[in-house]
Design a binder for this molecule. Sequence first.
Ligand SMILES: [Zn+2]
Length: 352
Amino acid sequence: METSHEDKLDLIKKYYREFFRDAVKNRWLEVPEDIKHREIGYGYLKKVDNRNLSFNSQGEYLNWVLDRSPFHLYKSLAYMRYPSSVGGAQKKGLFRREIAFDIDVHKLKRCTHRDQGWLCRHCLEEGKKQVFILIDEFLIPDFGLSKRDLKIVFSGNRGYHIYIKPRDEDIRDTIEHWSREERRYFIEYILGKNLSLSSVGSGWKRRILKAIKNRRLLAQLERSSNWRRILERLREKERKRIVSIIEKVKNRLELDEKVMEDDIRLLRVIGSLHGYTGFMVKEIKYNSLEHFDPLRDGIYPKFNREYYNVKIKERIDPLRIGDNLYTYRSKEVPVSVILYLFGHGVDFEILD
Ligand SMILES: [Zn+2]
């Protein structure tokens, strides 16, 4: 007997429901701070089917999550007087907003998959590398933040969310009242968009000099902040080489600028599941990030205990979960793989 799309959907829903039951019971599901003033959005087959929801209390929100168990679950970064109003920041009465970065890595040259949306250890490693660049080369040295002022969250797919949560209440108050323009300026600094070679600041100087090997030139660049004048004196070939090194250093981060800028942007609820992969949206402590393996540690352990007989009807890229490699020839797969295949729209059948 062929499994219908509805049967499959029911099965997937059952596992999401089970997950949320555990997440609420064991309190790992994020309850957005000051829940009354936050907007909630959710989706099943699309990322966001619906938004502009709000709840009066923690209990009301958690009961709703248990009841709906969505495949995608979001909260607004903003705090608003009227979170369920439809419209922009003004209609919603925005009065405060969390500061968060979204690192979203694309398929790399060294990736082993053909499908753009697939995952492998290379793109997942790249995401992690970018988290370290953002934290160790920007947020800590240039902005005086410490590891304890940051919250790192695996997005459940090919990226990470980095929240700035200063322990110092005054600093937190200040940055969470930044205007859209101030947030824009902040992310543009990190992306090197307003970097001027006629006056290079100390942060960018430090980052770029690390990538330059020519010792004589290095000494000159170190002494001056007007790099334009120094570069003008170089031979054309050398100048082009240096300019391309600078560009490369500037372009190491793939940040979704909208997540920083947009007033009413939604971001995934920590402790929920990502509907495309079935992986957890999971907080990772800075000190465990190096050894965090999303294809192992991003998966809800219960989803690797139960197996189904399947027939995968298209040639998919291989998928590694933990120590196991699954291919289109696999006949028996755990729930984690079922959720991933379903989320990726793969044509497969569940056999009795
Ligand atoms: Zn890859």
